[in-house]
Design a protein around this ligand. Structure first.
Ligand code: MG
Ligand code: ZN
Length: 220
């Protein structure tokens, strides 16, 4: 009955060990890195697509996209101006892990980049449990998902360093109580830096991208 727990812990320990190695690799190349997590459809790829042109002439960016089967997201990142875009097909797995990221890092000349953006597989449960070795974890919530997500997925909200609230242009059309949502976030992750924005209209995008540039600079 109790056997499965230690097995799971061992897998996570092995993953954490590789995550530390990934982080040293990024550190020694001077690359700042973020892991973007969200449910499917929250707008991870759209946010990346709208972020890249705003970082043009400021940062050299590589994007690693985790996807169960396709390379659509990496193609979009490349078209939006990523200097490199690598697709990791997880072959059915619902999250990225440190081994997968290591495989992607091995394909990049990391000295050529300032920022690595990792788009995790769309999932609000297990990506939070698998460290990749990135510097910061970013969660994208979106208005159509509803205001109850912090209450339903506390593990995801608890562990992140920044929260993007996407699709705020839909607030007039969707029953989303921002104060209820924010109360849930505050309990799990007090004071987490939050960016309400719309990747579609561009509202709030500058605050997000300015913060990202500041993060990269403070790391140098
Ligand atoms: Mg995507
Ligand atoms: Zn998973």
């Amino acid at each position: 009955m109790t056997i499965r727990v230690p097995i799971v812990e061992n897998i996570l320990n092995a993953n954490d060990h590789l995550a530390v190695e990934n982080n040293s690799r990024l550190e020694s190349a001077g690359v700042y890195s973020i892991n973007i997590m969200a449910s499917p459809g929250a707008g991870k790829t759209s946010l990346i697509e709208q972020t890249l042109p705003r970082l043009k002439d400021k940062l050299r960016v590589a994007v690693v996209d985790g996807d169960i089967a396709t390379s659509i997201d990496a193609d979009r990142a490349a078209n939006a101006g990523a200097q490199a875009a690598i697709q990791i097909n997880t072959g059915g797995d619902c999250h990225l892990d440190a081994v997968m990221l290591r495989g992607a890092l091995e394909q990049l000349d990391l000295t050529q980049f300032d920022l690595l953006i990792v788009e995790n597989v769309g999932n609000l449960v297990c990506p939070a449990s698998f460290k990749l070795g990135t510097h910061k974890s970013i969660l994208i919530a979106s208005i159509p998902e509803g205001d109850d997500k912090p209450y339903k997925y506390p593990g995801m909200y608890r562990g992140v360093d920044a929260l993007v609230i996407n699709k705020i242009d839909l607030l007039p059309y969707v029953p989303f109580k921002m104060d209820y949502f924010e109360r849930g976030v505050e309990v799990l992750n007090p004071g987490v830096v939050t960016f309400p924005l719309s990747a579609k209209t561009g509202e709030g995008m500058d605050a997000w991208t300015n913060w990202l540039v500041e993060q990269v600079k403070s790391k140098r």
